[in-house]
Design a protein around this ligand. Structure first.
Ligand SMILES: Cc1cc2nc3c(=O)[nH]c(=O)nc-3n(C[C@H](O)[C@H](O)[C@H](O)COP(=O)(O)OP(=O)(O)OC[C@H]3O[C@@H](n4cnc5c(N)ncnc54)[C@H](O)[C@@H]3O)c2cc1C
Length: 412
C-alpha cells in the first residue's frame, strides 16, 4: 500500500503560501479521518505516518471495534450519532461495508451507576437473558441485563482505516508512510514546518497531531506541552466456540456485542471475522512506553481473568480451558478522566496546531466525527459540524487538567 500512495510533487503554487493547507501527523483512524475530511472539502492535505500504513504497533489495527450508544456520559451520544452517519457516508462513497450491525448487551450489578446511566442513555430494554441467544450468557441473580437493538455494531478496524486513507487519496490527499515526524515548528512566514527523522521538511498552513500513544512524548519534545495521557498495553483475545454453538454466536444470527460491568470488566463481539472463534477481552492493562514495550507484561493475568469470566458466564458455549486461540496486542491512550483531548495546542502555536489524542480505549467508533472536528478546527478555527450535531467540545480541552489532575473526573 505504501508505494501506491507515494507523495506527489506538491510545491507552494501561485495563490498558496504553503505546500499544504493541512499536515496531519499520524495515520491511525483519527489522522486518516482528518485527512479525508480535509481533502473532501478541497484542502491540500498531507498525511504522515511513522511506520508502514496499517501497521500493528498503535491502537487502530485489528479485526473489530464496537460501536454502541450505551455510554454512561450522555455527552458522547451526539458524537456517536454523528459518527454513525459519517460511517455510512464513507461506506457509500467507497462502495463497501466496514460496519456490521449488531445489538448491544449491557450487563452488570444494578448498583453500578455507570451501567444504569449507559442503559438509560441508550434507551436499552431490560431483557431476560435466558430467553435470548440460546441462553449463551449466565449471569448472577439480580444483575441488570439490557439490550439496545439498534444503532450498534462491529467496525472492521484495519479495513476502516484503509478505507479512509484510500478515500483521502481519491480526494487528492498525499499520504506518506515511514515518515517519522520529529519536529513541528512555527514557519518563518507563518504556518508550520514539519520535519521528519530522514531530514524531509514540509510546510503547511496548519497541522493536526493524531499520534495516539505517542502524543505525550511528541508534544513534550516539539512544544514542551505536558499532556496527562498514559499509554497502556492491552490484549485482544479470541476463544474457540464449542462445537455445535458456532452458528448461534454469529453476527448473522443476531448475536450482540456486549459489555459486562462486573469484575472483571469484559467486552466481546459476535463471531464474525474468524468463523468458529469469538472475541472476548478485558478492559485495562499495564502502563507502557510505546517505544519500549515488552509486548507481554500483564498478558497472563488478563488471559486468566477473561478465562475465569467465560467459565462463569459463557461456559456452555465458549471453550476457556485451552486458553485463547489468538492474542493480539494493542495500546490504549488513557486520560485521567477517560475523556478525549480535542483542542488547539495553544502556546506559541496558537490555533495553528490541533491535537486529537487520549481516546482512552473508546475512540474508534468516533473516528469520522473526530476527524471532521479536527480538520474544521484547523482550517476554519471552529468545528461547525460539532456545533450543528450538538457536540460540546468544551469537555475535551487540554486546560481541564490545569491545576486539576483529574480533569472532568472531578464532576463524578
Ligand atoms: C484492544 C482495544 C480495543 C478497543 N476497542 C474499542 C471499541 O470497541 N470501540 C471503540 O470505539 N474504540 C475501541 N478502542 C479504542 C480505539 O481503537 C482507539 O481509541 C483509536 O484506535 C485511537 O486511534 P488514534 O488514531 O488516536 O491512534 P493510533 O491508531 O495509534 O494512530 C496514531 C498513529 O500515529 C503514528 N505516529 C506516532 N508518532 C508519530 C510520529 N512522530 N510521526 C508520524 N506518525 C506518528 C503511529 O504510528 C500511529 O499509526 C480499542 C482499543 C484497543 C487497543
Amino acid at each position: 500500500m505504501a508505494a501506491s500512495l507515494a507523495l506527489p510533487q506538491v510545491t507552494a503554487s501561485a495563490g498558496h503560501r504553503f505546500e499544504f493547507d493541512l499536515i496531519v501527523v499520524g495515520a491511525g483512524i483519527m489522522g486518516s479521518c482528518a485527512a479525508h475530511a480535509a481533502a473532501s472539502r478541497g484542502a491540500r492535505a498531507l498525511l504522515l505516518e511513522r511506520f508502514d500504513l496499517l501497521h500493528h504497533r498503535g491502537s487502530s489495527h485489528g479485526e473489530s471495534r464496537i460501536i454502541r450508544d450505551a455510554y454512561a456520559k450522555a455527552r458522547y451520544l451526539p458524537m456517536v450519532r454523528l459518527a454513525r452517519r459519517l460511517w455510512a457516508d464513507a461506506e457509500a462513497e467507497c462502495g463497501y461495508r466496514v460496519l456490521t450491525p449488531a445489538p448491544h448487551l449491557s450487563m452488570g450489578p444494578r448498583s453500578n451507576a455507570s451501567l444504569v446511566a449507559a442503559v438509560e442513555n441508550a434507551g436499552a430494554e431490560e431483557m431476560d437473558l435466558a430467553l435470548r441467544w440460546g441462553g449463551a450468557f449466565r449471569v448472577p441473580d439480580g444483575w441488570l441485563t439490557a439490550v439496545s437493538e439498534h444503532g450498534g455494531g462491529v467496525l472492521s478496524a484495519t479495513k476502516a482505516v484503509a478505507m479512509f486513507q484510500a478515500l483521502a487519496v481519491k480526494k487528492g490527499a498525499a499520504v506518506r508512510d515511514n515518515a517519522e515526524v520529529v519536529s513541528i515548528e512555527k514557519g518563518p512566514e507563518g504556518g508550520v514546518v514539519v520535519k521528519t527523522s530522514s531530514g524531509e521538511e514540509f510546510h503547511g498552513a496548519k497541522c493536526v497531531v493524531t499520534v495516539g500513544a505517542w502524543a505525550s512524548k511528541l508534544l513534550r519534545s516539539v512544544a514542551g506541552v505536558e499532556l496527562p495521557i498514559q499509554p497502556m498495553h492491552t490484549l485482544t483475545l479470541y476463544w474457540r466456540i464449542k462445537p455445535g454453538c458456532e452458528r448461534n454466536l454469529t453476527a448473522k444470527a443476531g448475536f450482540p456485542t456486549f459489555s459486562s460491568y462486573g469484575d472483571p470488566p469484559v467486552y466481546g463481539t459476535p463471531s464474525l471475522e474468524l468463523p468458529g472463534l469469538i472475541k472476548i477481552s478485558c478492559d485495562g492493562g499495564p502502563p507502557c512506553d510505546p517505544d519500549g514495550r515488552d509486548w507481554v507484561s500483564g498478558d497472563r493475568e488478563v488471559t486468566e481473568r477473561v478465562a475465569r469470566w467465560i467459565e462463569e458466564s459463557m461456559a456452555g458455549h465458549v471453550e476457556a480451558a485451552g486458553g485463547p486461540v489468538i492474542r493480539q496486542s494493542c495500546m490504549c491512550s488513557m486520560t485521567p478522566d477517560a475523556d478525549f483531548v480535542i483542542d488547539f495546542l495553544g502556546g506559541d502555536f496558537g490555533e495553528d496546531v490541533v491535537v486529537g489524542a487520549g481516546f482512552s480505549g473508546h475512540g474508534f467508533k468516533m473516528g469520522p466525527a473526530v476527524g471532521r472536528f479536527l480538520a474544521e478546527m484547523a482550517i476554519d478555527g471552529k468545528a461547525n459540524t460539532a456545533v450543528e450535531a450538538g457536540v460540546e467540545l468544551g469537555h475535551y480541552r487540554i486546560n481541564r487538567f490545569a491545576g486539576n489532575p483529574m480533569g472532568n473526573a472531578k464532576d463524578y
